[in-house]
Design a protein around this ligand. Structure first.
Ligand code: FAD
Length: 538
């Protein structure tokens, strides 16, 4: 006889796994069903050509919440995260460069502007303080819009009051910064601090990662801040590498969940959320099997959930209309390449392993360049001068490539999620992949000749492989209209969907995308709170 679960989770992305692990820890009977043959969603390591493995999509770690690491005992389950020897490297084609590394950054900035070097510490203090505000909000549900005068409304009013009180206690200058970072463009914010192009490009890149917008689009400063609330082994705002790639994180999460009795089935796509008398009551798989559960938690993009998996007849038309307007589309093109040797940059020649080879290597020398790339992509589908961050994880991890060889991730920004004039990404994948490799070759001559094999993923590929609608790496744009109490919609920000028994545990819920584990953690708390409440009501 089929087993009935307390909770079935749609998707074994990292957030689905985190949610499952917390629910398992609380003694619930939990099943996770995943469409792909492996767990991990966008945080996964795979062999993309014989002998070479790499993180397929997400490629670097910082935002993963330390409480989640601790509670799930991810280190005991095999996770090891290491720091890069240098954080970032920004070369130019003309041969100048900016290296960001402990104790060396200010001297590097001063090569371009003594004034910027002097201001850098104050800038960092401002970003650190704003990131602290965000860090503080990551592991809790935002106050939720409710209607009617009842206990729930009272609870939300108290929560909103407590939040207001936290803001009231903050120095006014910090509040001004937070307000700026939520509303301004990254370009305006950075222009107000610095004069050098490369230092502005360093921080501007964080504002356009996964954000199909110009760095001068209002609201883009928030995306910069979103990339600043993390840490690596206690070092705030650092980015690091998980040994074995991002899949090592989700493998450790799956082990943690399994150790608490969670069942995980891969190759099990959900066709439909099962609704019984207006309540989510399990899922129907593609092969027709029914997984019965009192509660359903969805790790998938909310637009995918509500327009494809929940039968449309059970949803309010206003809700569906709003969900149709949920903006998804990152404009990212992701490549993995196998390399016969390390690149030698015009700006820092030599293919012997050096600190800059371990860094996030940003090839986009100014905010104006990024702004142009966005305009080009809007008009033509992509820019002849694209934005690329290259990371070569095999410089820190010898489990990924054969001795002497390397793997690199190319994270390319600003291709159109949907090509103009109905062109298909299938027809242009190779052309754009060639362009990306030729672009790196302009900074590091000989790079193209060192490429042994490649994997190229267009926004359409990211959608078909991972269910990332429009290739959106965050499950929905990180804009003020889709953040905090409006994620995924005003009234549904507390991880509870519009149908009883249906919860959101993926990046489409607060605090949004990135490998954080936070939506999974928070959704589990909501499910557990509702179970306690229902016992109390009996
Ligand atoms: C190219 C790229 C680069 C990125 N780089 C970084 C980075 O370096 N660092 C970082 O922190 N973040 C990065 N991100 C963002 C980050 O990876 C994502 O925001 C995050 O992994 C999303 O996690 P999630 O668990 O919420 O959802 P997902 O990882 O999207 O998981 C959802 C799961 O649901 C499954 N699913 C979909 N449909 C069904 C169905 N019908 N039935 C069953 N299962 C289903 C999917 O297969 C998937 O496993 C990147 C993302 C991408 C795409």
């Amino acid at each position: 006889m089929a087993r009935t679960y307390d909770v079935v989770i749609i998707g074994a992305g990292h957030n689905g796994l985190v949610c499952a692990a917390y629910l398992g820890m609380a003694g619930l009977r939990v099943k996770v069903v995943e469409r792909r043959p492996v767990v991990g969603g966008a945080a996964v390591t795979e062999e993309f050509t014989p002998g070479f493995r790499n993180s397929v999509a997400a490629y670097t770690v910082s935002l993963l919440n330390p409480k989640v690491i601790r509670d799930l005992r991810l280190h005991d389950h095999g996770l090891k995260i290491v720091e890069r020897r240098a954080q970032n490297f920004l070369p130019t084609i003309e041969g100048r460069s900016l290296l960001v590394a402990d104790g060396r950054t200010d001297a590097e900035i001063a090569k371009f502007s003594a004034r910027d070097a002097q201001r850098h510490a104050a800038f960092n203090r401002e970003i650190d303080a704003a990131a602290d505000v965000l860090r503080d909000l990551v592991l809790e549900a935002p106050p939720n819009l409710t209607s009617g005068l009842n206990l729930r409304t009272l609870g939300e009013m108290l929560k909103a009051g407590a939040l207001g009180n936290r803001f009231r206690k903050m120095p006014a200058e910090r509040l001004r910064t937070v307000y700026d970072l939520f509303t301004k463009s990254a370009g305006d914010y950075l222009d107000n601090w610095f004069e050098g192009d490369l230092i502005k490009a360093l921080y501007g890149f964080d504002a356009v990662v996964g954000n199909y917008a110009s760095p001068y689009t209002p609201g883009s400063a928030y995306v910069l801040l979103h990339h600043a609330f993390g840490e690596v082994n206690g070092k705030q705002r650092a980015w690091g590498h998980a040994i074995g790639g991002m899949g090592a994180i989700t493998q450790a999460m799956a082990k943690a969940a399994a150790s608490h009795g969670v069942e995980i089935e891969t190759g099990a796509a959900v066709r439909e959320v099962r609704i019984v008398r207006g309540r989510a009551n399990g899922v129907i798989l593609d092969d027709g099997r029914i997984v019965e559960a009192k509660t359903v938690a969805a790790n998938v993009n909310p637009k995918l959930l509500y327009t494809k998996l929940v039968p449309s007849g059970v949803l309010d038309t206003d809700f569906l209309h709003r969900m149709d307007g949920w903006r998804c589309g990152s404009g990212t093109f992701r490549m993995n390449v196998a390399l016969s040797r390390l690149p030698s940059f015009t700006a820092l020649p030599g293919d012997a392993l050096a600190d800059h080879h371990t860094a996030g290597i940003i090839m986009a020398p100014s905010l104006a360049y990024m702004d142009r790339a966005y305009g080009d992509a809007r008009r033509d589908g992509w820019s002849r001068q694209p934005i690329i961050e290259m990371l070569i994880p095999s410089t820190l991890d010898d489990t990924l490539a054969p001795p002497g060889a390397h793997v690199a991730s190319l994270f390319c920004q600003h291709v159109a999620p949907e090509l103009p004039d109905g062109h298909s990404w299938d027809a242009h994948r190779d052309e754009v992949a060639d362009l990306m490799i030729e672009t790196v070759d302009r900074y590091a001559p000989g790079f193209k000749a060192s490429v042994l094999a490649r994997q190229a993923l267009t926004p359409a590929d990211l959608e078909s492989m991972f269910g990332l609608i429009g290739g959106d790496i965050f499950h929905g744009a990180l804009t003020l209209d889709q953040l905090f109490w409006a994620r995924p919609m005003l009234g549904y920000a507390d991880y509870r969907g519009p149908l009883a028994g249906l919860y959101h545990c993926g990046s489409g819920a607060h605090p949004g995308g990135g490998v954080t584990g936070a939506p999974g953690h928070n959704a589990a708390q909501a499910i557990l709170a509702d179970r306690r409440w229902s016992v109390f009501q009996r």
